[in-house]
Ligand binder design. Structure first.
Ligand code: FES
Length: 547
């Protein structure tokens, strides 16, 4: 008799006393490690979705973990039967948006002007010799998100993309949003979050098909919290009103000239050239971070005459509105609902997630499932499509109530996938925060939604969701579809541009200084906008009010 373990989709016997790590290794699932199962590196963390009761008590090496997270080298099977379901932070097939598409300038050859140059066999950074080599010269652009991490390896002399990779941010054990991570980091001195991430990054960089010592520069963008954690800055101030990065505070006090950061590869614990420069892009302000700044570079905002809007919907939604003359930005604390978090059958955009829903005239539900397999849950784009269809067919009203006092809607009886009225409440609140942000930013700019010539939807969720469905439920404004551009990961594109061009990096440094930050939490109408935004109805005007 033995329990069964399903890890990253692979199932095996799990005999009593065996560690999850060893069970996984037996069936070829590689769990990240740098300490050979000693309980020290903390990289082997897994999230247990089912069967916690069949595992041993946490050991002293796991004191930093809470909820359903365990170290797989420490957790042993403590039962002779039962089903344990877990995943590493490197599970395959999670749809992480690596590419950006349809940006201004896409396809245009870019002028190469990297900070790393060569003179004979001398490799220079900003004209200073750092190495002697006749080999290739590489750089990495990284988008360090709360949920996912994307890396692009580029040849700095040709601009060619050599490889890219992505994984879930292993810091998830410290909470799913930035506030939880700040709290975790403050309560767990020793930089555990950073060390765990550095371990994952090391493996990712070593897996690239080049000698890591040929990597001389890295451009890191991410929200203010992720960036500052990576650069060993205190993130405490980002979690307290007025929510500012330590770099912003130091800049205001005249102690630094920019919010960008620079370190050596050695100090960042990365296997790149020890003298490589690790450049953290400048942040805009507060929670509007270096990822939003990089996205502005990607859409060429510094040279944009038209009025454009850029929205990256996530646990923290970032909004930018403007053109080369004036730019406003805000960040909305939307929470994880649109990423499937806090929803009863919610899940990330993995194989098995329902990503689209259509309801026929006879009431039949048609589900599109990622990977074409049996449904296991519903992801953000599926939730948007589902609510739009419920609204269209009269099964849900504008206030998010189901017809005939129903409390749940069954999508797939066989696989137990359903949608509760309480799930609608979670999504309503996430939507309310986004809409309030949109109305504050457009309102402060003094324009209506339809004055935006282009409405860029950035990020993985923004790229996959059905824009028509999103407009029907009022998650995005009702503007003509041909003005909506779903551009994918604009942040990694901006980071790549900054890696390949010093003049663009200077442009980025200038651009962030010109952005006016709208602080939603102190805006007098924020609460009214939020309440109105919780309703599921098209968003026509910045000044619309609740009936
Ligand atoms: S393998 Fe290092 S802590 Fe488990």
């Amino acid at each position: 008799m033995a329990a069964t373990l399903t890890i990253d989709g692979t199932t095996t016997d799990a005999p009593r006393g065996a560690t999850l790590f060893d069970c996984a290794a037996r069936v070829g699932v590689r769990v990240p490690t740098s300490c050979q199962k000693q309980g020290k590196c903390k990289e082997c963390v897994v999230e247990v979705a089912e069967g916690m009761a069949y595992l041993s008590e946490p050991t002293s090496h796991e004191r930093h973990l809470r909820g359903n997270f365990r170290l797989s080298c420490q957790a042993t099977v403590a039962a002779d039967a039962g089903r344990i379901l877990c995943h590493t932070m490197r599970r395959g097939h999670m749809r992480i948006e690596r590419q950006a598409l349809g940006l201004p300038g896409s396809g245009r050859p870019m002028e190469l002007d990297p900070a790393v140059t060569r003179q004979g066999d001398r490799i220079l950074i900003d004209g200073q010799e750092v190495d002697r080599s006749t080999g290739p010269v590489h750089g990495i652009a990284m988008d360090l998100g709360t949920t996912t991490v994307v890396l692009r390896l580029v040849n700095l002399e040709t601009g060619e993309l050599v490889a890219d990779t992505s994984f879930e941010n292993p810091q998830r054990f410290g909470g799913s949003d930035v506030m939880a991570r700040i709290q975790y980091d403050t309560g767990h001195p020793g930089k555990l979050l950073r060390r765990t991430l550095a371990g994952y990054l090391t493996h990712a960089i070593e897996d690239f098909p080049v000698d890591p010592k040929t990597i001389y520069e890295m451009v890191v963008v991410g929200n203010s919290t992720m960036r500052d954690l990576f650069f060993r800055q205190s993130v405490y101030s980002i979690g307290q009103s007025p929510y500012q990065s330590i770099t912003e505070l130091e800049m205001a006090a005249g102690k630094r000239a920019t919010t960008s950061l620079a370190e050596t590869g050695r100090r960042c614990l990365l296997p790149v050239h020890p003298k490589a420069r690790i450049y953290g892009g400048p942040i805009v302000s507060g929670h509007v971070g270096a990822d939003a700044a990089a996205a502005m570079l990607a859409v060429d905002l510094a040279h944009e005459d038209r009025l454009i809007a850029l929205m990256d919907i996530g646990t923290n939604t970032e909004l930018i509105v403007g053109n080369r003359r004036r730019i406003l930005a805000a960040s909305c604390p939307a929470g994880p609902a649109f990423e499937g978090g806090a929803i009863s059958c919610g899940m990330p955009a993995l194989d098995g997630a329902i990503e689209d829903v259509r309801i026929d005239g006879d009431g039949t539900f048609h589900l599109t499932v990622i990977g074409g397999i049996a449904p296991q849950g519903i992801c953000g784009s599926g939730l948007v499509a589902l609510m739009s269809e419920l609204l269209r067919t009269g099964r849900m009203n504008e206030r998010g109530r189901f017809e005939e006092d129903l409390k749940r809607i069954t999508l797939d009886r066989e696989h137990g996938i359903f949608f509760l009225e309480s799930d609608v409440n979670e999504l309503a609140q996430a939507k309310g925060a986004n809409i309030a942000g949109l109305r504050v930013v457009f309102g402060d700019y003094g324009i209506e939604f339809d004055e935006a010539a282009v409405f860029y939807l950035a990020g993985g969720f923004g790229r996959r969701m059905n824009a028509e469905a999103a407009a029907r439920i009022g998650l995005i404004p009702s503007i003509p579809g041909d003005r909506i551009a779903q551009i994918g990961n604009a942040a990694i594109e901006g980071a790549t541009i900054a890696l390949l061009s010093q003049s663009k990096r200077r442009e980025l440094e200038q651009l962030v200084r010109r952005v006016e930050h709208c602080r939603l939490e102190t805006h007098p109408q924020f609460f009214d906008f939020f309440v109105d935004g919780c309703q599921f109805k098209p968003l026509e005007s910045t000044s619309q009010v609740a009936p």
